[in-house]
Ligand binder design. Structure first.
Ligand SMILES: [Fe+2]
Length: 182
């Protein structure tokens, strides 16, 4: 039986510490229609902590209105709950500090741990950690929230999160940071 010789790179082929010009047949199109990436630094002027209920805050990082996606850091400042909700899109999260778990699952996420949520999941986020939790998230909406009786209360999506950010900025004289809008 013959074998096929294949080679695969084990790391990028160039280690040149300089900008390399690469061929791109669509350079002009990308310049006209492409969406640049973004960068949001650590200062509260670039993105403030916006209160989310009495015990939590959200630091918004990105709003993608074309795909109903948004990114932020959720901070529960002490042990607490983010009420039962249902996802219609996917969520990618990394725990940055503290710990977090869901009443519906048997694991606890700590710093560096990865969480992936999929459309259709319904769950209740809690932190039992004395210092709460900080969670980086890349989320896709919409997300439906329910009260203690299981009654639908509100649906949140990228527009809800933009309004959450802009309302706080307007109230506190913080300039809107265009870098958050993809
Ligand atoms: Fe969730």
């Amino acid at each position: 039986m013959s074998t096929v010789e294949t080679t695969h790179m084990t790391a990028p082929p160039s280690t040149a510490y300089r900008i390399i010009d690469v061929p791109d047949p669509f350079r002009e199109l990308i310049a006209r229609h492409g969406v640049p990436g973004t960068f949001v630094g650590p200062s509260l002027q670039e993105s403030p902590w916006v209160p989310f209920g009495a015990n939590a805050a959200i630091r918004h990082l990105a709003f993608d209105v074309r795909n109903n996606r948004f990114s932020n850091v959720l901070w529960l400042k002490s042990p607490g709950v983010v009420g039962t909700h249902k996802h219609h899109g996917t969520v990618v999260m990394i725990c940055l500090a503290g710990s977090v778990r869901y009443l519906e699952y048997d694991w606890v996420a700590g710093p560096g741990d990865f969480i992936y949520e999929t459309p259709g999941l319904v769950h209740t986020l809690v932190s039992d950690h004395a210092e709460g939790v900080k969670l980086f998230g890349w989320l896709e909406g919409p997300i439906d929230f329910f009260d203690e009786q299981g009654r639908f209360v509100e649906q949140v999506d990228v527009w809800w999160f933009i309004n959450h950010y802009e309302t706080h900025c307007r109230a506190h004289g913080i300039p809107i940071n265009k870098q958050l809008y993809l």
